[in-house]
Design a protein around this ligand. Sequence first.
Ligand code: NIG
Ligand code: FE
Length: 416
Amino acid sequence: MSNKLLIKNIKSLVQVREPEVLKVSGQDMKTLPCIENAWLAIDNGLIADFGSMSDFPGILDWKDLEVIDADGKIVLPCYADSHTHIVYAGNREGEFVDRINGLTYEEIFARGGGILNSAKRLHEATEDELFEQAMLRLREMISQGTGSVEIKSGYGLSVDSELKMLRVIKRIKDLNILPVKASFLGAHALPHNYKNDKQGYIQLIINEMLPIIAKEKLADYIDVFCEQNYFTPEETKLILEAGKKLGLIPKVHAEQMSHFGGIKVGVECNAISVDHLEYCNDEDIALLKQSETMPTVLPGAAFFLSLPLPPARKMIDAGLAVAFASDYNPGSSPSGNMNFMMSLGCVQYKLTPEEVINACTLNSAYAMHLSHEVGSIALGKKANFFITKPISSYAFIPYAFGSQLIESVYLSGIKQ
Ligand code: NIG
Ligand code: FE
């Protein structure tokens, strides 16, 4: 089926790049190339051409062509959400209320809640139930502008349940609605039954889980929660290296609750990204500058848990690229709304609208090896984009926090 689409009279076509620009760093993040009063042509799910209405060549072939008038509206590439945990069973609003009443995230975990609460519920859920719940979350994310996603395991914490999660992620990937990357996060927490045998659980990850996951090609990445009371930097390294040997690329949950060494290990293991970074210090920034690792800030988690803010401003001023992702999960960020992440980026982190849009599109696509395919308006890239309601400028999106400003979302040129 050839699906040909022409969008004309676009008030502003945002994030227009050469296809070979795969990320933007430092001062360059302040620039967001746009074409005002633009047109965009889609053919067979890909971006075929675009330009200014003043040079519009006219329509030569009307056959099978759908024309959309976007007068007063803005077109952006879809957000790339490079860090989510959307496969989970039920919610944890009870723990949310516990935190309002004074308990900390760490105290809730120490009582057997938190990740272990979700692990218990996930164990009891069927693959079909998990798939349906995850799809509801994904559909909402798409309606909010997300057009590519990374999804982690990590609420299984046993061979069977980790595989169950990864199979759900594979089912979502195989729907081919949008690009999906899978991360194996067996080292998310120590399960109850290994409470007194951490080494045993690490061996289970390395010797039992990883070989099956690699053989069945169930994951692209291997991730570890490197944190006090979870996994040490040494354990993180061991697990990441074991994954690497089987072809998985490292990612790390790093420096979220304390400065613990996750960034250093991530950089040493050539991680594609290190994520969270609340306690990232100047030495870490220097390490990141020598690497290809994408520092990824998760504004929803820092907001929801009232954590100190990751030094995103300082990182960009030091010349680093920064990506944003939602961290959508039931405990620390029950939202996958990247528009809200951008508002947080502007208000709390003092990033400009240009910087947050770069962080949520091209740089976050880079953080899951997808920036050759999505994350900007570029010739030959996937036609994953959204059209806003009539708005005054792209800065209105982070400004009008909480508003739903997206009118329609297209994935591979197909309206969702
Ligand atoms: O990215 N930090 C570790 N893991 C998740 C939270 C998991 C949970 O609370 O369920 C995160 O914030
Ligand atoms: Fe996470």
